[in-house]
Design a binder for this molecule. Sequence first.
Ligand SMILES: [Zn+2]
Length: 308
Amino acid sequence: MTGTAFITHPSCLQHEMGPGHPECPDRLTAIADQLIASGLDAHVTRYEAPRASVEQVARVHDRRYIDAIEAASPASGLRYLDPDTALNPQSVPAAFHAAGAVVHAVDLVCGGKHRNAFCAVRPPGHHAESRRAMGFCIFNSVAIGAAHALAVHGLSRVAIVDFDVHHGNGTEEMFTDDPRVLMVSTFQYPLYPYSGVDNPAPNMVNIPLSAGNGGTEFRDAVRKHWLPALDDHEPELILVSAGFDAHREDPLAGLAFVEDDYAWVTRELIDVAGRHAKGRIVSTLEGGYALSALGRSVVAHLRELITH
Ligand SMILES: [Zn+2]
């Protein structure tokens, strides 16, 4: 077992939702550029993401929803699923490959080939509900990965960690009251999608932060709420909804994280994974819209995954 897998697919660069849309292909280019500039690209093993099967996606999404998404795929132009979320001809393939990336990452990490993995994919996934696309998301890739780990790798407990600035309402909807899956998150509130603050399910540890909060408040929340819950749950695999839009430079929200906060939380998660999960972490990209900050933050996250 060695090192870190880095998984992506060309279709993820071809999914595009119109001029000026913040969830744009340049996000992945910015990550690739910073990976090279940092020298970290030499220390990851690259994989091209397979396409997730309908069966894999259907572990968390309604089959009629999957059929409707495939039917909505346009031959040209854009088709809108919600005011923020559109399909071009490459979007549905990209969504299947983004989910397939996380499934493959779970296979690599649970199969002992790599200690951890990062999926540099888009569209993101954590807002996608079992029957609804929203908030730039089509299929909930991290949820598909978690369900795959439980169904195929014989795990009985996984954790999904979400530090995107927006609450992962889709992940919450799919796993509320599923004792096999612990979700821990922080998010700005009030902010889109205005969920996460009123779920009494014991497996949901969703901690709102206020506009202007930064690393101090984030680290306090992680220490006080996430880490005890994670240690109680003893996850055999940690999946990360790695959104970087809580960065102080991000234009879509108002938290004030910096790169070192992402490095810090990654080290904390590595420690938890070392205690309970044989070190196994599968991380996938969610948000992050300030291109330079996104690239630097992913590098900070990956540097910890690679070196620990
Ligand atoms: Zn977000």
